[in-house]
Structures are given as C-alpha cells and as structure tokens.
Design a protein around this ligand. Sequence first.
Ligand SMILES: Nc1ncnc2c1ncn2[C@@H]1O[C@H](COP(=O)(O)OP(=O)(O)OP(=O)(O)O)[C@@H](O)[C@H]1O
Length: 187
Amino acid sequence: MTVIGIVGLPGSGKSEAANVAADMGVPVVTMGDVIREECRDRGLDPATHHGDVATALREENGPGAIAERSLPVIERERTDGDTVLVDGIRSDVEVEAFRDAFGGDFLLVKVDAPFELRAERLDLRGRDAGREDGGESLEDRDERELGFGMGEAMEMADLELDNTESLAAFQRKVRTLLREGPEAIQS
Ligand SMILES: Nc1ncnc2c1ncn2[C@@H]1O[C@H](COP(=O)(O)OP(=O)(O)OP(=O)(O)O)[C@@H](O)[C@H]1O
C-alpha cells in the first residue's frame, strides 16, 4: 500500500491529479473534507466555520492536528491495501505526521508549474488569479500558502511532477505514477 501525498502551490495541478486518481478508482482523501467533518461534529456549518475550525484544531492539538485527523480516514480507505491519494497537505509538520504514520509507504509528490502558467490557468478557471475586485491575488495566495509551511513541505518531496505541458500529458503522467509507481516517472 502506498499513501501518496500531493503538494504544490495554488494552481499547480493538485486537484487535476486527484481527479485522475478518482477516475481510476483510487481513493482520494481531501484534508478539507476532514475539517468539514469536524465542523459537523461540533455542530457548526462548514460553509461559514471551515477556517475557524481548522484554526481551532491546530490550536487545540498542535500544527499536525489536521493530518492526525486524516489518519483514520486514510486507514478506512486502504481496505484492499491499495494506493490512497491525499490532497490538502499544507506544511512540513503535516508531512512529518504522515511519514511517522506510514513510514516508507508514504510518497510525497510535488506538482510544479511556474507562476505565469499557474496564473493563466487559474484565470481560465475563473477564480483566484489576478483579481482586481478585492479578491486575493495569486501572489498573496502563494505568500499565504508559503506562510503555512508549503515551501518546506515541497522541499521534502520524494518525486516531482512537472505540469508545464498539456493537461492530457499531465494526466498521463499521474496515471503512470498510480499504475506503475514512482520508478516509471522521469520528472
Ligand atoms: N497542464 C495543464 N494544462 C492546462 N490547464 C491545466 C493544466 N493543469 C491544470 N490545469 C488547469 O489549471 C487550473 C488549476 O489546476 P488545479 O485546480 O488542479 O490546481 P490546484 O493545485 O488544485 O489549485 P488550488 O491550490 O487553487 O486548488 C484548473 O482549471 C486545471 O484544469
């Protein structure tokens, strides 16, 4: 069994990687869903309290809290000992939590695309990038994510998936990783 964690800056292609996994029947655990579940356990509406509950979880149980909460969900999904993909890792502390839990069965994959390409793609997606209406710019989002420890998390990656070609090429690369393992990938 392999637990594959995905890291990368906003717009790099993490969700697309998760979509490929889901299409292949590989379970995807989204750490945001874990927070939403915690909201419901606390009787709070995830639509309005997502950020508060994420902050509260970290304050109450330390910076690795959300990763820790994801562990039983991952265990639940690894029924046949198959691969599970985890999306939503934000920091080195969370990477450490997964490494402690899964040891050599944990593979950290960094999805990489340069700023301009991410900005362009997010523009096409119709949210996030270069907003002039008071929304957060991609620079600010990058800054915020790096502030959580995303830079350190990315530096810990076991494997880098370049996403500078077409979407189809990226999807092929992710499928190869999930089917054949990291040895089959040449950056
Ligand atoms: N190789 C590619 N070619 C064209 N478009 C792409 C490519 N990879 C991703 N995209 C598109 O770029 C946008 C951002 O990708 P995606 O949502 O997967 O990024 P993300 O890392 O999950 O971002 P966020 O952190 O904002 O959730 C999406 O609209 C996606 O379809």
